[in-house]
Design a protein around this ligand. Structure first.
Ligand code: 7PM
Length: 283
């Protein structure tokens, strides 16, 4: 409880003492819940501005669709999508920017263009990723996934999902530390929806405090995901705003330091209520 995490890069620090909102900016033509909307730097910038105005603390820019069955994107294609958006948003706002990529070359270029966090659904599993993170000295988000994006939802299976996710995340964190990544640069993420049944996801959500007890700040990212459709029957991801807010509020109450959301204004309202309660109850 008394521990207070931060994210730091290039002499700037973002306190995680109060829970933060990461606003999702997809620059892909085919993302499942807002596909194709932001596929040029000006529109990406406009959407980033809107989310910052609504209370986002960091903008997460992703150019690789990880939808099950999605086509692979070449490195050049990913660079072409991501870098112009990073450049423009950084130049115009100076805000915190994370980039959702697994490729060392993409994060190197993104950092040059103004990004300050590496968000990797493959937990720095690609060749050269861990050493690139150490060399860049950039904060990293290590996410759990079972299998590969294309096939991960075919038959996810765990003997004990909570233990297995914990073990994986700790082993990736250790790998980073061994390669010279600083401890305070590491964040963890259970990877809701990545090779997990709805029940697996809810088991993880219900035990989130155990993941928070691993000693690293935790990101919870369940915005609009199908686990919410499973609980509510709401088919259209865009209609899952209240469900997303509920899941993120549960996450924060269990100790998550950051939530990754499409619907920033609604998320901010919930976190403000939480903050008011915390403020009233502080000794
Ligand atoms: C299609 C399928 C499009 C899935 C987009 C997605 C996470 C992430 C994503 C997450 C972290 C989405 C996902 N999910 N990064 N990037 N954690 N750290 O629903 O759970 O946005 S992409």
């Amino acid at each position: 409880m008394a521990v207070s995490y931060t994210l730091s890069f290039n002499g700037r620090t973002l306190s995680l003492a109060t829970p933060r909102i990461m606003g999702i900016l997809n620059v892909t033509p085919d993302s499942f819940s807002d596909g194709g909307l932001w596929n040029d730097p000006d529109r990406a910038f406009a959407h980033a501005l809107k989310m910052l105005g609504e209370g986002a603390d960091i903008i997460d820019i992703g150019g690789e669709s990880t939808r099950p069955g999605a086509r692979e994107v070449s490195e050049q294609e990913e660079l072409d999508r991501v870098i112009p958006a990073v450049e423009k948003i950084w130049r115009e706002t100076g805000c915190w920017i994370s980039v959702d990529t697994s490729r060392p070359e993409v994060i190197r270029e993104a950092v040059k263009a103004g990004a300050s966090v590496w968000n990797d659904i493959r937990a720095l599993g690609l060749e050269g990723a861990v050493s690139a993170a150490a060399a860049l000295d950039v904060p990293v988000i290590l996410m759990h996934m079972q299998g590969k994006p294309r096939t991960m939802q075919q038959a996810p299976h765990y003997d004990d999902v909570v233990s297995e996710v914990k073990e994986f995340l700790l082993s990736r964190a250790t790998c980073c530390l061994d390669a010279g990544v600083r401890r305070e640069r590491i964040m963890l993420d259970p990877g809701f929806g990545f090779g997990k049944s709805a029940e697996d996801n809810y088991t993880l959500l219900g035990h989130l405090e155990e993941l928070c007890a691993l000693g690293y700040p935790l990101l919870s990212a369940l915005s609009r995901k199908s686990m919410l459709g499973a609980a509510t029957g709401v088919k259209d991801p865009k209609e899952r705003v209240s469900a997303s807010v509920a899941g993120h509020l549960i996450s924060v109450m269990k100790g998550a330091c950051m939530v990754r959301a499409h619907d920033v204004a609604a998320t901010k309202q919930a976190l403000d209520v939480y903050a008011a309660m915390r403020q009233a109850c502080k000794d």
